[in-house]
Design a protein around this ligand. Structure first.
Ligand code: ATP
Length: 372
């Protein structure tokens, strides 16, 4: 993980960041288009979206590493759009880290503080506080070569945080770590960020990482933001088909309403608009008994069921603590996710399934959610 610190001439105030009408063009590529965003003081906001949607460009433009083609960036009340990155009081953490090999952990953390001219006493205090939080206090006099990859990464994060910047920008900071370490490190990172109350902009394409670390997520697509909200909001109340299908693993089943009615499932009424697509999350599909009652214990809170429909169970795949099932009926296929596999559900055999009717989502032809 490489860190890049820029010293601010102004002391940090509350830590708010706002972006208005940001557009960034590279020749004929529009990387970011008329983007609006505000980050609250102390908040961790994640930019999440598919490759090439403009996450890194947005982050780099806010940090001042790229010039905005149009639009404005404010840190608190101060416009920083034309300010050089060194003046913005931003700390960056990237995926590839580069610590000074000849300096100890203490030396690496001391370095960014030299530029801001704080006293030796305050510097020592901050370094000790950060290394303690990072559980690296026993390694203060160690050089990077003697540390593990995960420890080096923590030093890199510490180096970015020790200056207490107005904004911490992180671009896929954990992608060089193995899966287990990634999960551990992201929890630590989150604790540290909350403890130090540093406004943070975090880029990832990993939705699980985003869901676990964010106060709010901005889902990006094709240079703009599709929706901003808490992880729960984005998952439970997506405002459009893109967000609904991007968030969730396995993804939401997106169905042709004609096929839905053909197999005997009622589409929620309540709106005059005829949906172009009906969505159902894999975890809202349940096996049913012969008389149409759900046969698992997972349905707590479900109030209304669709009619039971018989599907052929094409495939049962155990995934961690759940099972993913591929169901088919004529040309109609669904993915279901069950936490337990009831007796009587077997690959290659038919079983009745019911859907949680209140959780079906309807989308219009532009992809916008229809209130039902
Ligand atoms: P990834 O997750 O793959 O890193 P991203 O969401 O961060 O993707 P960006 O790197 O911001 O996306 O790129 C957005 C678009 O801008 C892409 O089409 C990319 O090819 C283009 N782009 C980015 N940087 C440049 C550049 N320096 N010159 C030309 N085009 C660029």
């Amino acid at each position: 993980m490489e860190t890049e610190s820029t010293s601010g001439s102004e002391p940090s105030t509350s830590g708010a960041v706002s972006v208005e009408g940001l557009t960034k063009e590279y020749d004929d590529v529009v990387a970011v288009s008329d983007l609006n965003l505000s980050i609250k003081p102390g908040e961790l906001l994640v930019l999440l979206g598919p490759s090439g949607c403009g996450k890194t460009t947005t982050l780099r433009t806010i940090a001042g590493l790229e010039h905005a083609t149009e639009g404005a960036v404010h840190f608190d009340d101060e416009e920083v759009t034309r300010q050089a990155p060194q003046r913005r009081d931003v700390a960056m953490v990237f995926q590839s880290y580069a610590l000074y090999p000849h300096k100890t952990v203490r030396g690496n953390l001391r370095f960014p503080l030299r530029k801001v001219g704080i006293s030796e006493e305050v510097a020592t205090e901050r370094i000790e506080e950060i290394t303690e939080l990072l559980e690296m206090d026993e390694h203060l006099e160690t050089r990077p070569a003697q540390l593990s990859g995960g420890q080096r990464q923590r030093v890199a994060v510490g180096r970015a945080l020790v200056r207490q910047p107005h904004l911490l920008c992180m671009d896929e900071p954990l992608s060089n770590l193995d899966a287990k370490l990634r999960v551990e490190t992201r929890a630590e990172l989150r604790q540290l960020q909350q403890r130090l109350d540093i406004t943070t902009l975090y880029v990832t394409h990993d939705q699980e990482e985003a869901m676990s670390i964010a106060d709010r997520i901005a889902v990006m697509n094709d240079g703009h933001i599709e929706q901003i909200g808490t992880p729960e909001d984005i998952y439970e109340h997506p405002t459009n088909e893109f967000v609904a299908s991007f968030i969730g693993d396995p993804p939401m089943n997106m169905l042709d309403p004609d096929n839905v009615t053909k197999v005997g499932i009622d589409i929620p009424a309540g709106s005059l608009e005829v949906p172009a697509t009906v969505g159902v999350r894999p975890e809202h599909i349940y096996p049913a008994t012969a008389d149409g009652e759900p046969s698992t214990e997972e349905q707590i809170g479900v109030e209304r069921w669709s009619n039971p429909v018989s599907f052929n169970v094409e495939l049962i795949e155990p995934v961690g603590r759940a099972y993913e099932l591929l169901l088919s009926r004529d040309a109609f296929t669904l993915t279901a996710r069950l936490r337990t596999l009831p007796e009587g559900v077997h690959e290659g055999e038919s079983t009745s399934f019911v859907l949680d009717r209140d959780r079906l989502m309807c989308f219009d032809s532009t992809g916008k959610v229809i209130d039902t």
